[in-house]
Design a protein. Structure first.
Length: 238
């Protein structure tokens, strides 16, 4: 976004206050690196999510290990590069997930060697992975879109101030949308069949992912601050 040009005789402070929020251009090394890490985390989390996990009464899936980190990166992308740039990375991540699923299915239908004894297990994992991709695509597009939109909406009003409000507010809203959609589709893939288990899976998943992001706020702050300082195209409007 380009800042509005100040007219003759216009008070400089008023002009600055009315300028739109600043975002960096996407042609830098930082944007590409964040996109690569984001894509890898999405693929890893979908593979690990094929296993249902229980810690006593707590029901989740293996995706809990790295999935919340995708929202941390989503916050960084939205804060530094804006809504459209963040959304582009979201779509890229799931395009690569779809490619991974296609490669897995092709592998299933390739003729197995005589010594290969895990064909059935591979089919079960890939089947669950495919359902999780669908769940992840639906949930993550909803959640990350809400997440990015909230970050940018608040930033348009506060400029560089109140970063904590952007990060926490977007986390609560984005994770709620993501978790509701994802769990509704993914529950069957990991073996959840009762409403009680589904409710536990959904509520605990939302609380856990939100808590992780809140705990990681100091890290997110530092990453955002570092990229803003070193990103040549970022010019903050105070």
């Amino acid at each position: 976004m380009k800042p509005r040009t100040r007219g003759a005789g216009e008070d400089p402070q008023t002009s600055t206050d009315e300028q739109p929020a600043a975002f960096a251009q996407v042609g830098s090394t930082y944007y590409a690196a964040l996109a690569a890490v984001f894509t890898a985390l999405v693929i890893i989390s979908n593979v690990t999510a094929t296993k249902g996990v229980a810690f006593g009464p707590i029901i989740t899936d293996g995706g809990f290990i790295v999935f919340p980190l995708t929202y941390v990166i989503g916050d960084v992308l939205s804060e530094v590069y804006g809504f459209k740039a963040a959304r582009r990375v979201i779509y890229l991540g799931f395009a690569m997930n779809a490619l991974a699923a296609l490669a897995f299915w092709v592998t299933i239908y390739l003729p197995a060697a005589d010594f290969y004894a895990n064909q059935e297990h591979l089919e079960n994992v890939v089947g669950a992975y495919t359902q999780l991709i669908i769940a992840g695509l639906a949930g993550f597009i909803v959640g990350q879109t809400i997440n990015a939109w909230v970050v940018v909406l608040i930033k348009e009003r506060t400029k560089e101030k109140h970063l904590w409000a952007r990060l926490v507010g977007s986390t609560f809203a984005g994770q709620l949308g993501d978790t509701l959609v994802f769990c509704s589709i993914a529950a069957g893939a990991i073996g959840i069949t009762t409403f009680g288990d589904f409710a536990t899976y959904t509520v605990q998943g939302w609380l856990y992912k939100t808590a992780v992001e809140v705990v990681l706020l100091p890290v997110t702050y530092r990453v955002i601050s570092y990229i803003k300082r070193h990103e040549p195209t970022y010019a903050p409007v105070l």
